[in-house]
Write a protein that binds this ligand. Structure first.
Ligand SMILES: Cc1cc2nc3c(=O)[nH]c(=O)nc-3n(C[C@H](O)[C@H](O)[C@H](O)COP(=O)(O)OP(=O)(O)OC[C@H]3O[C@@H](n4cnc5c(N)ncnc54)[C@H](O)[C@@H]3O)c2cc1C
Length: 499
């Protein structure tokens, strides 16, 4: 039998068929159960199942159709709206801005997020704009020499069933918006939510208009109003981490004109220079028409005092003495803005006591961007919430579904917050013994030798499979099945979750 490595509660019939086919084919050499220990020893059998790349698939529709309000049309809110609408829920998104848009330039869409987005039918809206980098090269701060390397193509498609993309945020946002509209989501701009009634549940806009629903999902970002209410009025203030980043784009025509910088455009790739207290992440976006840079450094000053004027000179000063090829690109930057990098501490809950309002995305788990996974975690939240809500067969079981969503995604995003902070340590060692040993641990990947661990978390085998192999929909389905049995809905009484 082809084992259901990624067993879902809905694979039961398919598995039975596979088992029969394989029984005939393989006779007594049949692996009848999915392994319960962590292993990838059976990964090769996926090809027997024809499992290749993720593509648009019709989802299991929700048995209980809900009216859902999503507050916030950022990347997280729109992703969540798509995940819910494609399962048949009626979704209204309320966004305070008068026009939709995204600030900042590039964003990475790692395979764990790309897999979900592709299966949700984002392909036609996103594919014309994305760049698929061949690999990611870690470079020494001083001379740009490669010290670490992750091969993304074809490895990430082959291993994780989806590409690793980079894209302009505005293009990503527009793709989500268009797919949401196609699914019938009602996106209302100029709709700032001023008040929540957690019990109704309902929201009141600045205009005084009131919207009610069966469930409210607050994807209202790092300064979330909903979070404070859920926590009983005492907010978990998202704290500065002591890191800040300049974000900028560079005109590729300028870069092409200079051999010292043109090489960066020859192949689509991610390049990251790492050194004491600083790093620079770079890649091309807009189908190769723009070069995106995030220049990060340690900065403990009060971000409320930062001014846009002079930011470009400050940025250049931070990288004096770094690789001359890099500083040449930095010299081509015309304008920049400095952003504080914030990270939230774990919250005691993401769910209102009424079980009718939940938070997601940066509202629930802001993180430093050092794993490039903040928006990806918001996509996973939307995926998980929609998947688990599709398993209930009566509205009374919404609280159980929300609890499973919270349990899974709190753990997942909490670990990603930690992984992101860890990169802030690993990348910023001063020259010395720790840095030397770090670079030694990454050398096999640069030299094409095999390795069992790496200080590069994109390459480290354990981290890599955890980060990019994770399937949020399947994970909540497994959790649900573990708690309530296969494909069964449950009553809230005595469900082991204390609700
Ligand atoms: C420098 C940097 C680089 C990054 N790089 C990556 C990367 O490569 N990959 C990645 O996955 N992530 C990355 N991230 C993280 C990512 O940008 C965020 O995690 C993600 O955008 C959060 O999405 P969100 O929808 O949760 O929140 P937001 O984008 O903040 O959206 C919240 C929305 O809610 C609206 N809103 C707020 N309050 C109200 C209200 N009261 N009523 C109505 N609307 C309201 C806001 O206007 C906004 O549109 C990076 C972050 C930074 C700072």
């Amino acid at each position: 039998m082809a084992p259901s490595l990624e067993a879902s509660v809905f694979d039961a019939d398919a598995d039975k068929k596979d088992r029969n086919d394989s029984d005939t084919r393989a006779g007594r050499h049949v692996i009848t159960d999915s392994p319960t220990h962590p292993t990838r020893s059976l990964q090769f059998l996926n090809s027997l199942k024809g499992k290749k790349e993720s593509k648009a698939v019709p989802p299991r529709p929700a048995q209980v159709k809900l009216r859902i309000i999503v507050v916030g049309a950022g990347l997280g809110g729109l992703a969540c709206a798509i995940a819910l609408a494609r399962r048949g829920h009626e979704v209204v998104v309320l966004e305070q801005a008068t026009e939709l848009g995204e600030v900042g330039a590039g964003i990475q869409i790692p395979s764990n997020s790309a897999r979900l987005l592709q299966s949700w039918g984002l392909g036609p809206f996103l594919d014309p704009y994305v760049v698929e980098p061949n690999g990611m090269t870690f470079r020494r701060w001083e001379d740009g020499n490669p010290i670490g390397y992750t091969k993304l193509v074809p490895d990430f498609r082959q291993n994780f069933g989806a590409p690793y993309y980079v894209v302009h945020r505005a293009h990503f946002h527009m793709a989500l918006y268009k797919r949401a509209l196609e699914l019938g989501v009602d996106v209302k701009v100029a709709s700032r939510v001023e008040q929540y009634d957690l019990d109704a549940p309902s929201v009141e806009l600045q205009s005084g208009e009131v919207f009610s629903a069966d469930l409210i999902v607050a994807a209202d970002g790092i300064k979330s109003k909903a979070r404070k209410l859920l926590l009983g009025g005492v907010d978990n203030v998202v704290k500065p981490t002591g890191f800040a980043a300049y974000r900028a784009t560079v005109d590729v025509e300028k870069m092409k004109a200079d051999p010292d910088t043109a090489w960066l455009l020859e192949k689509p790739s991610l390049n990251i220079w790492i050194g004491e207290d600083r790093h620079v992440m770079s890649y091309t976006i807009a189908a190769g028409k723009s070069f995106n840079m995030v220049l990060s450094h340690v900065d403990t000053s009060d971000f409320t005092t930062w001014k846009a004027a002079g930011a470009i000179d400050e940025m250049r000063r931070e990288f004096v003495g770094w690789d001359p090829k890099l500083t040449k690109v930095i010299g081509m930057i015309d304008s920049t803005l400095k952003w504080p990098l914030l990270s939230a501490s774990p919250l005691k809950t993401w769910i209102a006591p009424s079980n009718k309002v939940v938070i997601m995305g940066d509202a629930a788990h802001a993180m430093v961007p050092y794993m490039s996974q903040g928006a990806a975690m918001a996509v996973e939240d939307g995926a998980a919430l929609a998947a688990v809500l599709s398993l209930i067969d009566t509205p009374e079981h919404v609280p159980s579904a929300l609890k499973v969503y919270e349990m899974e995604m709190m753990k997942r995003s909490g670990q990603m917050q930690q992984a992101s902070l860890l990169n802030g340590k690993l990348w910023h060692f001063p020259d010395g013994e720790e840095q030397r040993l770090r670079d030694e641990s990454m050398r096999p990947e640069v030299e094409g030798r095999s390795f069992s661990w790496s200080a590069n978390q994109w390459s480290d085998p354990v981290t890599q499979w955890w980060a990019y192999g994770y399937d949020a929909e399947k994970e909540v389905e497994k959790s649900w099945a573990g708690l309530y049995g296969l494909g069964k809905s449950t009553s809230t009484a005595g469900n082991g979750l204390g609700i």
